[in-house]
Ligand binder design. Structure first.
Ligand SMILES: Cc1cc2nc3c(=O)[nH]c(=O)nc-3n(C[C@H](O)[C@H](O)[C@H](O)COP(=O)(O)OP(=O)(O)OC[C@H]3O[C@@H](n4cnc5c(N)ncnc54)[C@H](O)[C@@H]3O)c2cc1C
Length: 335
């Protein structure tokens, strides 16, 4: 995605890539939540043409304007659940004009995080808020500057955000120039294994302090310092395109994700971390009923629960489509 962004920059165009330039086409195929998604939509909303091979070996080539007639269900299935159905060999994507971005970063206390989330829930769609919480809380707000008037409105909103230290407001040219959402350098990352579980849910509003308390408890209980919680903001008008896709949680405002890590090959630490992740999921489920399957876990007991929360009432039809196009389950299982 970073390469795509760099290439497009040379042509004064841009694409809503995610928080990392390191991800590949899987970012687009699994939905693709960008800090710019609130105004531009998801990465799957940018697909206009898709080519590949179903799990049964048959080739397909679908073009978006024709989908209403023949291939409605296939198109809907491929936009968000393609990785379960076949191998994608080519996508044609819409791009947008390159615009400057405002970046606000700071370290926060829990009380400040609570207030920032509260403010972000009434922001215009050109601004989004993301945070990561471990020993410390680091937050990153990103805004797209559409006009000079717009820029001063966004700066006023960013200046209202509370912080404890290290506040930096910058203007950058493209997504590749934004700082990483991270808690700083972690030592010896190769000696850790990890799982990531992405949740989706509505604005916290009056549940704000309750959710923050749960998050604080989860962090206090984490099995080691490589485990953390983070979140990105979507919501607003991600449904603007009115496109029917397998990303059914379009109304969601927040995507918190749980990062569980353990010393590589240590089965008892792995078990403890996975239990912590599941407990965190259970405790957050009331405010995050959905799942974003950015990472799939067919090797874990949660797989079925994750599929149900990701696709809800669309899952049975998706399973029928898989039965036709990938009958031998060559691609990851949908059960
Ligand atoms: C640092 C980091 C930051 C991230 N930030 C965001 C973010 O901001 N927003 C967001 O939505 N997600 C984010 N993600 C999640 C990321 O988008 C998913 O993990 C995504 O699946 C990664 O895709 P990949 O191609 O890099 O990885 P891979 O592991 O290669 O692929 C991911 C999945 O897609 C399948 N796949 C890959 N290529 C194809 C293909 N051609 N045809 C069919 N299936 C295929 C793979 O089998 C695998 O199941 C982030 C992940 C990381 C590691």
């Amino acid at each position: 995605m970073g390469e795509l962004s760099g290439f497009l920059k040379n042509h004064n165009r841009s694409f809503p890539i995610g928080l990392s330039g390191k991800t590949g086409i899987g970012y687009v195929l699994t939905g693709g939540i960008s800090p710019l998604s609130r105004s531009r939509g998801l990465a799957i909303d940018q697909i206009v043409e898709i080519k590949g091979f179903w799990g049964n070996g048959k080739e397909f080539h679908l073009i978006q304007p024709n989908i209403q007639k023949k291939s409605f269900f296939e198109w809907k299935a491929l936009c968000g659940a393609a990785i379960f159905l076949g191998i994608i060999t080519k996508v044609k994507l819409k791009t947008q004009p390159l615009r400057p971005l405002l970046s606000w970063t700071a370290n926060l206390s829990f009380a400040q995080l609570s207030e920032c989330i509260n403010q972000a829930e009434s922001w215009p769609n050109s601004l989004s808020f993301q945070w990561i919480c471990g020993d410390d809380i680091f937050a990153h707000a990103i805004g797209e500057v559409i006009s000079a008037d717009d820029e001063s409105i966004l700066i006023k909103l960013l200046e209202k955000l509370p912080y404890s230290r290290n506040r930096i407001i910058n203007k950058v040219n493209d997504m590749n120039s934004l700082p990483n959402l991270s808690l700083g350098k972690t030592k010896n990352n190769n000696s850790k294994h990890s799982e990531v579980l992405g949740l989706l849910g509505p604005a916290w509003q009056k549940n704000n302090s309750k959710v923050l308390k749960i998050i604080r408890d989860i962090i206090n209980k984490r099995p080691n310092k490589s485990c953390y919680l983070a979140s990105q903001q979507l919501g607003g008008i991600t449904h603007i395109n009115n496109r029917d896709t397998s990303f059914i949680h379009r109304e969601s405002t927040w995507k918190p994700w749980i990062n569980g890590a353990w010393d590589a090959f240590d089965q008892s630490k792995r078990k403890r971390t996975l239990e912590w992740m599941e407990e965190a999921w259970n405790n957050l489920e009331f405010i995050c009923p959905g799942v974003h399957l950015a990472q799939i876990h067919p090797h874990l007991d949660w797989h079925q629960r994750e599929l149900s929360s990701a696709f809800k009432e669309w899952l049975p039809t998706l399973q029928e489509i898989k039965g036709i196009y990938d009958p031998r389950n060559l691609m990851p299982p949908l059960k």
